[in-house]
Design a protein around this ligand. Structure first.
Ligand SMILES: CC(C)(COP(=O)(O)OP(=O)(O)OC[C@H]1O[C@@H](n2cnc3c(N)ncnc32)[C@H](O)[C@@H]1OP(=O)(O)O)[C@@H](O)C(=O)NCCC(=O)NCCS
Length: 237
């Protein structure tokens, strides 16, 4: 029930990047640290990355690892959505709100999204992934797990068997979901956090870096500590 199908049916990302996408140009939305990592993965897979867009006017024209920052999102209005794929590289260090807003806005303009799997990530053949998920180096996703639209499973994170990960979740570097964990849409699991087996975490909740979650988490709250307790309720809840 938590998994978004708004961007199409579940399919393996490897087949998405292997057929039809390589001949299209790709624009990375967000020129921060996450964008740089994404660019590295795409480049290593021979994808044609046109450059980045980013709302910060001060960085227009600069280069990141040889790829240009083209300007703000307005640059996309001059591009044909039929010829350009986007990658959502808006990071999430406090919540996933902006990442999700950007994703939904540009989808409405007709753009399609592409994901990426680092060559040193491990994805079990029994896992179901949306085409636009981002799975970074050293991440592991086990069988029976389903991962929704524009999810990030960041460097070294582990999503074990039979988890459900809702659209726009960000599982930060080194975090671990034990088996059977369910994340609602837009959950941020901070770096190094651990969520033990069969826990449910509600939509847009935030699990602080280093937390150990041993009981269910309500939507829209931030939990932290070992064991994790509610620290605050987020705006809008
Ligand atoms: C959870 C997080 C978003 C909270 O940030 P914030 O909203 O600015 O939090 P606040 O500073 O208002 O802190 C609220 C309370 O939570 C505590 N807290 C915040 N982060 C904590 C953490 N990681 N562990 C333990 N307690 C934490 C604060 O000490 C404070 O406690 P108090 O009310 O008892 O004084 C942030 O700490 C975090 O962990 N972000 C994830 C970063 C990350 O994973 N980066 C890598 C991305 S790949």
């Amino acid at each position: 029930m938590y998994i978004s199908r708004s961007n199409g049916e579940f399919r393996m990302v490897r087949s998405a990047v292997g057929g039809g996408v390589t001949d299209k140009r790709i624009v990375i939305v967000g020129a921060g640290g996450h964008g740089r990592v994404i660019a590295g993965v795409l480049r290593s897979q021979g994808m044609h990355v046109l450059g980045f867009v980013d709302p910060d006017p001060c960085i227009k024209g600069k280069m990141i690892d040889g790829m240009p920052i083209l300007g703000g999102d307005d640059v996309l209005l001059d591009m044909n959505p039929g010829e350009t794929f986007l990658v959502n590289a808006i990071g999430a260090v406090r919540d996933t709100v902006r990442r999700r807003a950007v994703g939904e806005r540009l989808t409405k303009l007709g753009f399609a999204w592409v994901g990426c799997i680092h060559s040193r990530a491990s994805v079990d053949s029994g896992a179901k992934l949306m085409g636009d998920v981002q799975i970074m180096a050293g991440a592991i996703i086990q069988g029976g797990t389903a991962v929704g639209a524009q999810v990030v499973v960041n460097t070294g994170a582990v999503v074990d068997h039979d988890c459900l990960v809702g659209g726009y979740c960000h599982i930060a570097t080194g975090a671990t979901l034990a088996g059977g964990v369910v994340l609602g849409r837009g959950v941020l699991v901070g770096a190094g956090a651990v969520i033990i087996q069969n826990i449910q975490v509600g939509e847009n909740a935030v699990v602080a870096a280093g937390a150990v979650v041993v009981s269910n988490v309500s939507p829209g709250v931030m939990v932290a500590g070992v064991p994790a307790v509610i620290k605050k309720t987020l705006v809008g809840y």
